[in-house]
Design a protein around this ligand. Structure first.
Ligand code: GDD
Ligand code: MN
Length: 391
């Protein structure tokens, strides 16, 4: 075992463990990790960083005592600013001073039984860049002695956040036991600007930003134990804040699609009114739809450029022309499909304003809008990346 630790290029995993008034837990926790858990992990170098906010019960002094015994044990002491800051500063220390390849979030109070570090690090060694200790998958659990109400709040709270953030495939979004690869995930996140760094709820934002960058996410069952000593610092305020963060993140993400829908609707008005006006000028149904569709494409390009994708507005004249042509090219689909559907419906039913209206709405909702949203995000304003192009 010992010799495996001497490889020069071994990855370094740093467990960042915030601790506030955990004097009773500190010694047993350090001992169990260094004596029982770390020796069972080969292929990476395990480190433990305790982040103590100068706990009045002298948690820090206990850590210092053990530092003589274990060289991979580190202590960061700072003023009390809330759990999120303990993690942010701990991560910074782990990355900049200890050159961590992966960091872990873990509690000091044995609610995260230390043995679960092993499967989580194994998942990392098997290629995961984000590992979640999950209470809500098969094999995971919450403490048996929790009252029913607490279990319900925890489960439905999580379910609510999964729905708001549209993450049905992941089951535990508020867990405090996770592993994050530094390169490509943690180093892509603006840690100091996460929401609610003074609270536990920063975890939801941290989770959300990590998921955006992680390519391989793995959930490991976690049997969340009950607290034996002291009492939890989690409370109603924290719960409300957690929902608030989830809702804000959920909406932020959908604002673009809502704007896109509104622009699409104005485009539809241009499209339909244009079609009816041109019909009255005596043009055929086909050519009226064709010209009106192009008018809608032009107005959509302008509004999407200055509003929906305002963070990516194309301003350089030299870029506008090619991007507009590209936009047109991708909208060509609509130009082809819409007149065909409208003409087809007019033939099958009757060539009346009502039939033309319904046919146009049908074409837009079923085919054109979903197609356009994907194409614009991928190729015009480039807010999405193809999965295989992720760096
Ligand atoms: N340095 C520092 N500063 N550590 C803190 C602070 C702080 O202000 N507040 C809490 N901690 C430490 C505790 O000492 C413990 O090691 C860990 O953070 C978790 O705190 P608990 O008070 O035990 O929280 P909990 O058990 O109620 O909350 C658990 O569940 C939440 C919801 O699922 C944790 O796992 C949370 O991370 C999780 O979000
Ligand atoms: Mn706890």
């Amino acid at each position: 075992m010992g010799e495996a630790r001497s490889y020069v290029n071994m990855d370094k995993v740093v467990i960042v463990m915030p601790a506030y008034n955990e004097a009773e837990n500190m010694g047993p926790m350090i001992t169990e990790l260094f004596e029982e858990v770390f020796p069972k992990i080969t292929g990476v170098e395990m480190n433990l960083l305790i982040v103590d906010d100068f706990s009045p019960d002298k948690t820090g002094d206990i850590v210092k005592k053990y530092q003589g015994k274990y060289s991979n044990l580190y202590l960061l002491q700072k003023e009390r600013e809330g759990l999120g800051w303990a993690y942010v500063k701990g991560f910074r220390y782990a990355v900049e001073k200890l050159h961590a390849d992966a960091v872990m979030e873990m509690d000091a109070d044995f609610q995260h039984p230390p043995k679960f570090v092993i499967p989580m690090v194994e998942a990392y060694l098997n290629g995961a860049d984000y590992v979640i200790g999950s209470r809500y998958i098969k094999g995971g659990s919450v403490p048996k002695n929790w009252e029913t109400f607490r279990k319900l709040v925890s489960y439905f709270g999580n379910l609510f956040i999964r729905i708001v953030l549209v993450k049905p495939k992941l089951h535990d979004l508020t867990t405090g036991f996770r592993l994050t690869k530094v390169k490509g995930v943690l180093d892509q996140i603006d840690l100091e600007h996460l929401m609610e760094l003074g609270r536990f709820s920063h975890k939801v934002d941290l989770f959300y930003q990590s998921i955006k960058h992680a390519k391989k996410v793995v959930e490991i069952p976690l049997a969340f134990a009950s607290r034996t000593k002291e009492k939890s610092k989690f409370n109603t305020k924290e719960t409300i804040s957690t929902f608030r963060v989830a809702i804000i993140l959920g909406i932020k993400d959908k604002v673009r699609f809502i704007k896109f829908g509104i622009v699409g609707f104005t485009g539809f008005l241009v499209n339909y009114l244009g079609l009816e006006v041109l019909k009255r000028f005596g043009l055929s149904t086909y050519f009226s739809t064709l010209l009106a569709t192009e008018a809608a494409i032009i107005s959509n390009f302008i509004f999407n450029n200055v509003w929906t994708f305002k963070d990516k507005t194309i301003t350089k004249v030299g870029d506008i022309i090619p991007q507009f042509l590209k936009f047109n090219l991708s909208s060509l689909f609509a130009v082809v499909v819409q007149p065909l559907i409208v003409t087809g419906a007019a033939r099958i039913f009757s060539d009346s304003p009502v039939v033309r209206l319904f046919a146009l709405v049908f074409a837009l909702i079923v085919v054109v809008i979903p197609y356009n949203y994907v194409v614009y995000n991928l190729f015009i304003w480039k807010t999405w990346k193809l999965p295989w192009k992720k760096k």
